[in-house]
Design a protein around this ligand. Sequence first.
Ligand code: NAD
Ligand code: UGA
Length: 459
Amino acid sequence: MKISIIGAGYVGLVTGVGLASVGHEVFCVDVNEEKVKKINSGISPIYEKDLDKLLKKASSKKLISATSDLKSAVLNSDITFITVPTPSQNDGGIDLSFIKKISHQIGIALLQKNKYHLIVVKSTVVPETTQDIVIPLIEKYSKKNVGQFGVCMNPEFLREGGAVYDFMNPDRIVIGQLDKKSGDKLAEVYKNFKTDILRTSLNNAEMIKYTNNALLATLISFSNEIANICQQTPGTDAFEVLKGVHLDKRFNPILNNKRVNPNFLTYLWPGCGFGGSCFPKDVKALAAFAKKKNYNPLILSAVLDVNKKQPLQLSSLAEKNLGTLENKKIAVLGLAFKPNTDDTRESPAISLIKELISKKAKVSVYDPIVNSNNIKSPLSGLNFKFANSLDDAIKGKDACLLVTSWQEFKNITPELLKNGTKNPLLIDGRGFFDKKEFEGKTNYLPIGKNINKKNIQTS
Ligand code: NAD
Ligand code: UGA
């Protein structure tokens, strides 16, 4: 099939490369000429494992190309996927300006087409967007009635860092369909993907995407709330507590005498909060949508509130144990919102760094990938420095605060901490280190554990 994809970012390019890999002919469209050039020379503008390799392979078979000419891409294809951004507005509501612009442009292109064309919304959009915004705009500018063109809403569930794998091995394909003809055509696109296909309404498909992200974000904030209660309660350790909960057979069934250990349990662990380009924006968008529907989303609001405060648990633990943060040398370990990505959007590290600076700490930051030369959204105006290496980051510090679970941080040992001139406090914001290795040997403080200050060694 001939497929155009509007917006060649994380979702658009991965979808394009994935669909080309199963034999479709794909035209990626982007306003960013640099991206278009790179894609046409077989180089991925974003870092995702295997993306370059598959892009090169598909390019060599002439199954994928990029252009900034939306109209010709739409006219040369049978199906158009919309994968443009849907960011947050200042009030947290969804900004649909990209979606509106593209719907308008697709409509204008379809004015010149008499053959049936299917439009697939893949961007994350709040319920009723496809029905009430995308369809009317395409109808208006194409001068056609819906039905003469088909429409589907097909949410994407890939994760950054494993985007290609997730796309090529989906756990489900949700097809929100205007009508059977639209759904059948999209199902044909995915015929080589062996997974569960859920065919449903446009509004349900939109809501499934938000419900999924909001549930995962809720598990994280719930675990963090438990951790914060444990922190105030002598003799408790949130990681032990949640380990006990993970053994509930309803969450973690036993099959053939073995625990299944479902992946979702990893979201039921305490940490220093969720970040990235999706959870924060999507929970905010769903909450704002609910309010528009005259429903006060109490749980979603609490999920966001807990998450906003959670990174500050690390600075507050440091302050309690050091007495003050003023002039204390603090290392923040990790700037990316999660390991294996260079994405720093909404990273908990950012609000933590701001808090530490506001308390007059001397902050240095170390991330195995993100540094001053490649950071995509610079933290302008913030007074901190980047450390050149892990050793450099730790040496001579009063406290090291772990934010991102990068594998490189496993190189931190009690001995390495003592190598410096000081024996810094190590605050583990992710339950990342083996407690047995650190407790009693160094000033180790995990979140979610009530530790009497008397038990902490002083340097
Ligand atoms: P992105 O910012 O990586 O990519 C969007 C692309 O659209 C950019 O390359 C941009 O240049 C392009 N673009 C903007 N305006 C355009 C226009 N008028 N014409 C053509 N191209 C245009 O965004 P993304 O992360 O791929 O997210 C896209 C959508 O997918 C969002 O709704 C997001 O919530 C959703 N989503 C993202 C992920 C993820 O992991 N990133 C996962 C699932 C769903
Ligand atoms: C998330 C969802 O997992 C994807 O299914 C979805 O498609 C995507 O949002 C989206 O809609 O854009 P992503 O943000 O790439 O994907 O990454 P996750 O690995 O889910 O991490 C999100 C946040 O949760 C991170 O801050 C991470 O640190 C935190 N997290 C993640 C945990 O606290 N525990 C985990 O086990 C995994």
